[in-house]
Write a protein that binds this ligand. Structure first.
Ligand SMILES: [Zn+2]
Length: 233
């Protein structure tokens, strides 16, 4: 192999896999995000709350990924064009059904107004604005310094802690709970930076920094399911 060919091969292999793929839909180009996952053996196109998404097998090589995407491109474009009207109708229906529904948000009553697709990102943004300073406040109290704090969508938990990475994450839906319950979850996740388990030491650290812990746990047991269902499809 010539020097040039080797260089070319190196730079090709260093090229990252695409994070999105352009599809031409109804005359305009849309970049469809790609998720790499172990849970699929072949390329799949799905419609999620936030829009279309391509699922790609995690172990496929860059070459294979590009080959699959190119081969399926026309089919995907046709599929989206065919299914768009029905999806739009379904979304409008879902929005209509939930219009005017009341939900709690940081101890206040709010009404669902407008499209759900816009409401969710808006609420996530609000949750970030609220949670980030608050997590920093409790971290200081507990003499901890998380490296990263994130707010995201979870289907079945209120928070998560990757103690080795110093990363704590929170479910935006938690803000439907009263403030004193939110505080408990913050202290709980931060305490995992010290104890990555639910040992006796862990609980005594949580209790020490948050005496309302037993009541907050009861609250989440009773209302957690309903909060988790919020805006779920
Ligand atoms: Zn925990």
């Amino acid at each position: 192999m010539s020097h040039f060919a080797r260089k070319l091969k190196q730079s090709l292999s260093r090229r990252p896999k695409p994070q999105s793929w352009p599809l031409s839909i109804n005359g305009s180009i849309q970049k469809i995000p790609i998720k790499y996952t172990r849970r699929t053996g072949s390329l799949a196109l799905k419609h999620l709350v936030e829009g279309w998404c391509l699922y790609c097998p995690e172990k496929a090589s860059l070459k294979k990924v590009e080959q699959m995407l190119t081969q399926s491109q026309a089919d995907f474009e046709r599929f989206i064009e065919q299914h768009s009207p029905a999806i739009q109708a379904k979304q409008q229906q879902a929005t209509k059904q939930r219009q005017g529904l009341e939900f709690s948000w940081l101890g206040e009553k709010r009404l669902i107004d407008g499209a759900l697709e816009q409401l969710e990102p808006q609420l996530i943004k609000e949750a970030e604005d609220y949670l980030l300073p608050k997590v920093r406040f409790y971290a200081k109290q507990m003499q901890l310094s998380p490296k990263q704090i994130k707010v995201k969508n979870y289907k079945s938990c209120w928070g998560n802690c990757y103690h080795q990475r110093g990363l704590v994450q929170f479910n935006w839906k938690l803000l439907q709970a009263p403030e004193w319950v939110v505080d408990y979850v913050i202290v709980h996740e931060l305490a995992h930076l010290v104890h990555p388990n639910h040992s006796r030491d862990f609980w005594s650290l949580v209790q020490q920094h948050y005496p309302e812990t037993p009541n907050a746990k009861v609250y989440l047991q009773q209302s957690g399911n309903q909060m988790m269902q919020f805006l779920a499809k």
